[in-house]
Design a protein around this ligand. Structure first.
Ligand code: G3P
Length: 217
């Protein structure tokens, strides 16, 4: 399973990249705003900065909600850097734009997926990635992980190549459960990725090893 970090914070992206397990980055307008990145020029430059930190794919989201606007913005985003993946919302014009980009060989990530029907449409439109938001489904007492397993089943039935990018991942168990189900990618906060490191027996075991080493030296 690929590990993407879901942030526009450059320090966190650098930290995840330095850990050596990062495969890409996802962003969205809310994450950009959280970092105080506003204005088209600054936002575009920020995408380039992110691409220069990581080796993998960087999702950059369009703001337009009409087909022509998405095509214009998406083409400009894709031209920024070879690592950019154009992120499109799961609305009718987003599906049309996904098909347009797919036919042109421009990679896409269809976002705001909350149902298997939407997942089918994204795959049919040739999306490179599609992002089901599991945490937001959990927030409304719906099983986000169940959606991932249903999409996995359907995609495997037909050999769809669209990658399931589990998004709105909030904690370490989401990551582990996504890996069990067979999500292709998960995107989550640095805290969830680093949370995978933690085990008290690792800490106590290491402390004991160091203590025993000191005895003999
Ligand atoms: O990747 C989607 C993500 O940014 C949404 O996460 O925690 O706002 O639901 P969250």
């Amino acid at each position: 399973m690929k590990f993407f970090i879901d942030t526009a914070n450059l320090d966190q992206i650098k930290e995840a990249q330095a850990l050596g397990v990062l495969d890409g980055v996802t962003t969205n307008p809310s994450l950009m705003a959280k970092e105080g990145i506003t204005g088209t020029e600054n936002i575009l430059q920020h995408y380039v900065d992110i691409c220069n930190i990581v080796d993998g794919d960087v999702s950059a989201e369009v703001i337009a909600t009409d087909f022509a606007g998405m095509v214009k913005e998406g083409e400009a985003l894709a031209a920024l850097h070879p690592q950019i993946v154009v992120k499109l919302p799961m609305i009718a014009d987003g599906v049309k734009a996904c098909k347009y980009f797919s036919d042109k060989g421009i990679r896409t990530n269809v976002t705001l997926i909350f149902s298997v029907g939407q997942a089918l449409l994204a795959a049919k439109a040739g999306a490179t990635y599609m992002s089901p938001f599991i945490g937001r489904l959990d927030d409304i007492s719906t099983d986000g992980l169940h959606l991932i397993s249903e999409i996995r089943h359907i995609y495997d039935n037909y050999g769809f190549e669209t990658e399931i990018l589990a998004a709105s991942v909030r904690h370490t168990m989401h990551i582990i459960d996504c890996a069990k189900i067979g999500a292709d990618v998960m995107t989550g906060p640095l805290s969830a990725i680093k949370g995978l490191l933690k085990h008290p027996l690792t800490d106590s075991g290491l402390a004991q090893f160091l203590k025993d080493y000191q005895k003999g030296n």
